[in-house]
Write a protein that binds this ligand. Structure first.
Ligand code: AHR
Length: 498
């Protein structure tokens, strides 16, 4: 296909939000144990954290990290995970049918995050606990000193408060799989009361109320409306969660997953604005897209190490990602950027081993999955403001998402620097793309990176961790304010300009 893209310096969507490049660490499978924490590993530091993983997380460029769940949080007692390690109880985690040793808790995780340069985003258990435990956690985490729980934190070895700004009011409360799931009405009331109490302690907290677990949920839309009717005045974000996968070998639909994400965002914002308008509120609700990724959910049900045994850190949800998966991840991130006016925080779910861009082997190496690359490169190159491109490209019909453009793009501009991110969804043909840069100060190409492979199902594995890496797009050229580039089939590309 041939595509023409017009960029106009004045067509600003909003700022590039650093929180768009957030991620998610759940106590699930080997995300924490033998993922980021493995005291016997040759690269472990004095706190037991794998420094090879820390280096990869830094390279990935994550900003905010959501913790400790996920479904896990709905059975979690935060008190179990602080204080002397030898006194911490082992508990059953019903959501993932495994054992939690509590050897890593809030204080350790916050210490690990400092190594990676990321911000902590905490979830409280509103499903099976209540307002007081949430307030207690807030006091333990954020109060400087001189109260029972802040002094307990200090006695536990963390003198400075964690000063957590973003808090999730539970997780996926609409899902029947959630321990303590609720109706929208019940959850909306509890979320409102919990949020009001937390804001009585600190009115500057940024609180996220649970939206739908996916746009395919039977309650989608009604859930957001009802929950926000109760909680609108007390919360700052409504969450969205979305996972995509290839269904029945239909790669064309899968590559258009962003179309569903756009629909999801638009629908949630329309619903939130409707509620806000009805309430005559001046507040504008933003989205925390705090779980998004490719996840081969159905396949795991058959293959994961989950059985009647209760095991510690079993191998669960260890998806091995393909080139096509990476193209979709890159495209979803482009979509989040395109809506950075209202999607002001997001979390790639998850970070290590569990549906993750980074994999580890116990006692062995850590490596980058295919999906690592578009995330890391976008986090590094996107800065300043997001521009809304005008895309003139042929479309194709997908079974799951209707009409989709064969080429998608977004751009960012920061003074005389700019970056353009592109995907070619065509399964067999190169895309010839011209990009009109008039109005942008950039005069030369400073970097080009394309992720593609003759085999769209190529993967990085323990045996072959560098099978898929991005390479320079040597054909890209800039002349008279027009950038020309050829995009291979099923590919993701970044072009930096200066
Ligand atoms: O990220 C994996 C799981 O997906 C999370 O625990 C849950 O919130 C979602 O269903």
């Amino acid at each position: 296909p041939r595509a023409h893209i017009g960029l106009d310096r004045r067509a600003v969507v909003g700022p590039v939000r650093r929180r768009t490049f957030g991620s998610f660490v759940e106590h699930l499978g080997r995300c924490v144990y033998t993922g980021l924490y493995e005291p016997d590993h040759p690269t472990a530091n004095e706190d037991g954290f794998r420094t090879d993983v820390v280096e990869l997380v830094r390279e990935l460029g994550t900003t905010t990290v959501r913790y400790p769940g996920g479904n896990f949080v709905s059975g979690f007692r935060w008190e179990d995970s602080v204080g002397p390690r030898e006194q911490r109880p082992v508990r059953r985690d019903l959501s993932w049918h495994s054992l939690e040793s509590n050897q890593v808790g809030l204080d350790e995780f916050a210490k690990w995050l400092k190594l990676t340069g990321s911000e902590l985003m905490l979830a409280v258990n509103v499903a099976t606990r209540g307002i007081l435990p949430a307030l207690d956690l807030l006091e333990y985490a954020n109060h400087p000193s001189g109260t029972a729980l802040s002094d307990l934190r200090i006695a536990n070895g963390t003198p400075e408060p964690h000063d957590v700004r973003m808090w999730c009011l539970g997780n996926e409360m609409d899902g029947p799989w959630q321990t303590g799931f609720m109706t929208a009405d019940d959850y909306g009331k509890i979320a409102a009361r919990t949020a009001a109490a937390m804001k009585a302690a600190d009115q500057d907290l940024e609180l996220v109320v649970c939206g739908s677990s996916g746009s395919g949920m039977p309650t989608f839309g009604d859930w957001e409306r009802t929950v926000l009717e109760h909680s609108y005045d007390y919360v700052d974000y409504v969450s969205c969660h979305a996972y995509y996968q290839v269904h029945d070998g239909d790669l064309g639909s899968f590559l258009a997953s962003s179309v569903d994400m756009e629909f999801f965002i638009d629908t949630v914002l329309a619903t939130a604005d409707h509620v806000g308008h009805k309430r005559q509120s001046k507040k504008r609700m933003n989205i925390s897209f705090d779980e998004w990724n490719v996840w081969y959910l159905e396949e795991h049900k058959a293959s994961d190490e989950v059985n009647d045994e209760w095991r510690h850190a079993p191998r669960q949800l260890e998806d091995v990602y393909t080139v096509a998966d990476a193209v979709v991840v890159g495209n979803l991130l482009m979509t989040l950027l395109k809506r950075s006016d209202r999607v002001t925080s997001a979390s790639l779910a998850q970070l290590v081993n569990v549906i993750a861009p980074i994999m580890t082997e116990p006692g062995g190496p850590a490596w980058r999955q295919t999906t690592f690359h578009p995330f890391s490169i976008t986090s590094r190159l996107a800065s300043g403001e997001v521009l809304r491109p005008v895309i003139d490209a042929p479309t194709y019909l997908t079974a799951r998402h209707g009409e989709a453009s064969l080429v998608d793009a977004v751009a960012t501009v920061d003074g005389d620097r700019a970056a353009v991110f592109l995907v070619n969804r065509d399964l067999t043909e190169n895309a010839q793309v011209t990009i009109d840069l008039h109005g942008l100060a950039a005069t030369r190409i400073t970097e080009t990176l394309t992720l593609a492979d003759a085999d769209p199902y190529a993967k990085n594995t323990l045996a072959d961790p560098l099978r898929v890496v991005p390479t320079a797009n040597t054909g890209a050229a800039l002349a008279d304010g027009v950038l020309t580039v050829e995009l291979p089939p099923v590919s993701w590309t970044a072009i930096a300009l200066g």
